[in-house]
Design a protein. Structure first.
Length: 451
């Protein structure tokens, strides 16, 4: 570095040109903050941030910014010589993938909130950033305003992260919280979430767990120095959760949350343990699960998000806040913009992708979890013994059994000790074939217990 720290290597009077791709809720807030807080941002960066243009789908509506800043040609905006930093808040895979690659290949830093793209193409994007010595920042891709990406990359860089458990989708958390509080059915709370703007017109990405799975892939990649894609994440959504599931959870002093779980697990069956020279594996999964009300995530209600990180030396850390919304997400985007701009000014670089561990992905069938199994059964002597026998025959140990109702409404609620998914699946299949079992009404996992 030849210039002094005050002037940087960029030059205090030389502006850093910023292009924003997309002007939805998040993009509009990013543009507003860039314009309204220009002097504050200049002081934090060391050089002025100048908005060069905003790429939009059409020029029709009044967007509250000068018309000469708007363009429908995102490719030309990215290619402009006076653009040094590109902010992508369009979402989806294409055209963002093409636009981000063009920016990185040209040596321009990129800030993105695009979890779907990052979950499948981080390796490609990171390689382009490394080749051109550009920055790639994506704090806003996971949990909105909650700072969790940068702590994993930087604050915990000297530690070993063993487990991450989080509520990373506000729509599903709003729905499950409302079901828990009111006793309403899933369809009713989904309709309310849509009316309030928490759910999209097509809520599939949220309620079927795709959004959470993309975020889980990003978190696991960062935490375990292993490239994890969305396809590696076992995924279940919440569309089959009923008010009865919430009632039985309440009877156990639990609630139901859609959890993203990323953790190191031991070697597979028949393989040596890590202590004996075997290789650890990574388990990444998203599903609705019962958690005790005493668990810190149980208190996360409404559209809020929370992520619990368990590290070997730092212990348990919890990050909580608004996981979505225009202004909260824009806050995370602008934090990345400042970091990328400061690197331009002072000549630094963001940390690159770290995949040195290359841990294999554990299949869900080998992942041990506790289970809560709800059965409709015939109300006659010997049924409980037969049901318990099926669990035992498949190597699934029972923790508790509770019988509710009688006659045609008889129900057994079975809670297991830790068992592998494959063993539980075989058990449920066998139970469904029993003449004394009317139906297996639900199977939910139980997380957050010490057993």
């Amino acid at each position: 570095m030849t210039a002094n720290a005050k002037n940087g290597v960029w030059g205090a009077d030389r502006p850093i040109g910023v292009a924003v791709l997309g002007m939805g809720n998040v993009g509009a807030e990013v543009v507003r903050i860039l314009r309204e807080h220009a002097e504050d941002l200049r002081a934090r960066v060391g050089a002025p941030l100048v908005l060069r243009g905003v790429a939009v789908r059409d020029l029709g509506p009044d967007r509250g910014v000068p018309r000469d800043l708007l363009t429908t040609d995102a490719d030309a905006l990215v290619a402009r010589a006076d653009v040094d930093l590109v902010v992508e808040v369009i979402g989806g895979i294409d055209p963002p993938r093409r636009l981000i690659m063009a920016a990185l290949n040209a040596g321009k830093s990129v800030v993105t909130a695009n979890k779907a793209l990052l979950a499948d193409y981080t390796g490609e994007l990171a390689a382009a950033a490394e080749h051109s010595r550009a920055d790639l920042y994506f704090e806003a891709a996971v949990a909105g305003a909650i700072p969790v990406v940068r702590p994993l990359i930087q604050s915990l860089a000297g530690d070993r992260v063993n487990r991450i458990v989080g509520i990373v989708n506000g729509t599903t958390n709003f729905i499950l919280s409302a079901m828990d509080e009111t006793g309403a059915e899933y369809s009713d709370t989904l309709a309310e979430a849509t009316r309030l703007g928490y759910a999209e017109a097509d809520p599939t990405a949220d309620v079927e767990g795709f959004d959470a799975a993309a975020k889980a892939a990003i978190l696991a990649s960062l935490a375990f120095h292993t490239r994890v894609t969305a396809a590696d994440v076992y995924r279940e959504g919440i569309s089959r959760i009923t008010s009865e599931d919430l009632e039985t959870a309440s009877a156990l002093d639990c609630t139901v949350k859609l959890l993203a779980i990323c953790e190191r697990v031991s070697a597979g069956p028949g393989e040596p343990s890590p202590e004996d020279g075997g290789k650890e594996r990574v388990s990444v999964r998203v599903y609705p699960a019962l958690i005790p009300r005493r668990h810190p995530l149980a208190a996360v209600t409404g559209a809020f998000n929370a992520v619990v990180v368990e590290a070997e030396n730092a212990g348990r850390l919890m990050f909580y806040g608004q996981g979505a919304g225009g202004a909260p997400t824009a806050s995370a985007v602008l934090g990345d913009v400042v970091m990328a701009a400061r690197n331009k000014f002072y000549g630094g670089r963001a940390p690159g992708e770290s995949v040195y561990a290359e841990l294999p992905i554990a299949p869900i069938g080998d992942t041990p979890t506790r289970y809560h199994v709800n059965l409709q059964v015939e109300d006659r002597p010997g049924v409980l013994a037969k049901v318990a026998g099926e669990f035992a025959d498949h190597g699934v140990s029972i923790s508790t059994v509770r019988q509710e109702g009688h006659g045609s409404g008889a129900r057994l609620v079975v809670v297991t000790h830790h068992a592998e998914e494959s063993a539980l699946v075989d058990t449920v299949a066998a139970l469904a074939e029993m003449t004394s079992v009317t139906s297996v009404t639900s199977v939910l996992r139980l997380e957050g217990t010490e057993e």
